[in-house]
Design a protein around this ligand. Structure first.
Ligand code: FAD
Ligand code: PYC
Length: 404
């Protein structure tokens, strides 16, 4: 209702869908909007439509817990996520929109000797790649997070942690809105309530898409639809190695500032940060079943709350406010798929699973390059679909942050 306030301007145009574009982007989440923005800004490709079946940024972009970090194990992913982190560091200025990027540090706890060996290996790999990271002792953890119980008497004692000081959180909606406004200003058409229902393919080449608002034609189509990717791929008769799972999160009532770092633990299994509104933002692993319902099961909430209370006993009387789920598209090696498909002119950017928010600007940046040049950017070359036939997988389950 407030958008009709007399002095407020709409943040982006609401154009009519045109019959033809140079590029169609399917999916108006953060990644799709970032792709459209960089196509227009960096490659001069401005005759672009973003087709969104709901409202912009209403998918996983709206539902995630906004953790940003780049502490991945293998060179390929470390470079890709670090590229994104560097873009985050200038994003509010780039978009002239405050994305509230807060580099408050991200901590990954270790509770066993094997956890600590893995943490040390990953921090060493990060440092060799020029990525900030240190291994913390329980005492150092306690200094940063005084409320955490690091005593030896807990069921899963905290033995140490990895810590990336440049990691943190950002405001999820602002990221979508910032990219949307900037892309719209560059001439990109953002079309909401426009569901893609089929692909128009002739002689192995994409020609356009069927939508709930009619057919639209383009020689290049980028599909950036997160949990819905496999259903869109099916329309093009492409089978992708993806599973779609619910991933849930919940927030507490607002409280005074008490936690100024992001804390994650894969062993007890939960993670928590405090939002600018004062809510505790809490999540855990995926629900193990496949599905497209944006909900999740109650036992996951119970297990996660137990894990957080184990770490932070003083949170035991905090009341929960809201719970929700998103649908994440998980690839077998827990890494994204970014690149060409067997259909000429049809590109996929998917498989970000539980961890794609942090990649939003980097993902859009390299995907725009891929579409504009019909060839991958050096940073996403290793993430092509072909890796599932060559066997050159990039196993990042350990660094994924949440279990799946
Ligand atoms: P989305 O924002 O889902 O955008 C895809 C869009 O495609 C949607 O808006 C959808 O409506 C649209 N679409 C689908 N089908 C069609 C169609 N047929 N026609 C037109 N449009 C269509 N990542 C992190 O890095 N850090 C985190 O802390 C984190 N926490 C998470 C917590 C939860 C609970 C969840 C669910 C995810 C979390 N993630 C996190 C993962 C992250 O949210 C995603 O990887 C990322 O947001 C994906 O962005 P996207 O733009 O690709 O997808
Ligand atoms: O990838 O860091 C991550 C993450 C945290 C919570 C969900 N995903």
């Amino acid at each position: 209702g407030l958008k009709h306030h007399e002095t407020w301007q709409p943040a982006w145009r609401t154009p009519q869908l045109k019959p033809r574009y140079d590029v169609i982007i399917i999916g108006g989440g953060g990644h799709g909007l970032a792709t459209a923005y960089y196509l227009a800004k960096n490659h001069g490709v401005k005759n672009v439509a973003v087709l969104e079946k709901g409202y912009l940024g209403g998918g996983n972009t709206a539902r995630n817990t906004t953790i940003v970090r780049s502490n991945y194990l293998w060179d390929e992913s470390a470079h890709l996520y670090e590229h994104a982190l560097k873009l985050w560091e200038g994003l509010s200025q780039e978009l002239n929109f405050n994305v509230m990027f807060s580099q408050r540090g991200v901590m990954n706890l270790g509770h066993t000797l094997q956890d600590m060996r893995d943490i040390e290996r990953r921090v060493n790999a990060n440092v060799l790649n020029g990525i900030d990271g240190v291994v913390l002792s329980p005492k150092e953890i306690q200094d940063i997070v005084p409320l955490m119980d690091v005593s030896a008497s807990t069921r899963f004692p905290v033995m140490g942690a990895s810590y990336q000081p440049r990691g943190g959180v950002a405001r999820h909606d602002a990221v979508a809105w910032g990219f949307a406004r900037a892309a719209s200003e560059l001439g990109v058409d953002l079309i909401e309530q426009c569901e893609v229902t089929g692909m128009i393919i002739e002689d192995g080449r994409i020609k356009g898409v069927h939508t709930s608002q009619g057919d639209v034609f383009a020689d290049r189509v980028g599909c950036v639809a997160a949990g819905s990717t496999s259903t869109l791929a099916k329309m093009a008769k492409v089978r992708l190695p993806l599973e779609s799972h619910p991933l849930q999160a919940f927030v507490s009532e607002s409280m005074k500032p008490c936690l100024d770092t992001v804390v994650m633990s894969n062993a007890v299994h939960g993670y928590v940060s405090q939002s600018d509104k004062g809510e505790l933002v809490i999540g855990a692993g995926i629900d193990s079943y496949l599905g497209y319902g944006q909900r999740g099961s109650p036992h996951v909430i119970e297990h996660t709350a137990a894990a957080i209370i184990e770490l932070f006993p003083s949170f035991s009387r905090v009341r929960l406010n809201r719970q929700w789920g998103g649908i994440v598209d998980v690839a077998p090696d827990a890494c994204p798929i970014i690149g060409k498909s067997p259909v000429k002119g049809l590109y996929f950017n998917c498989g970000w699973g539980t961890g794609g928010f942090k990649a939003t600007p980097g993902s859009g940046h390299v995907f725009a390059h891929t579409i504009a040049n019909d060839a991958p950017h050096p940073l996403n070359a290793a993430f092509a679909l072909e890796r599932f036939s060559t066997g050159h997988l990039i196993d990042e389950h350990g660094a994924a942050g949440v279990a799946h």
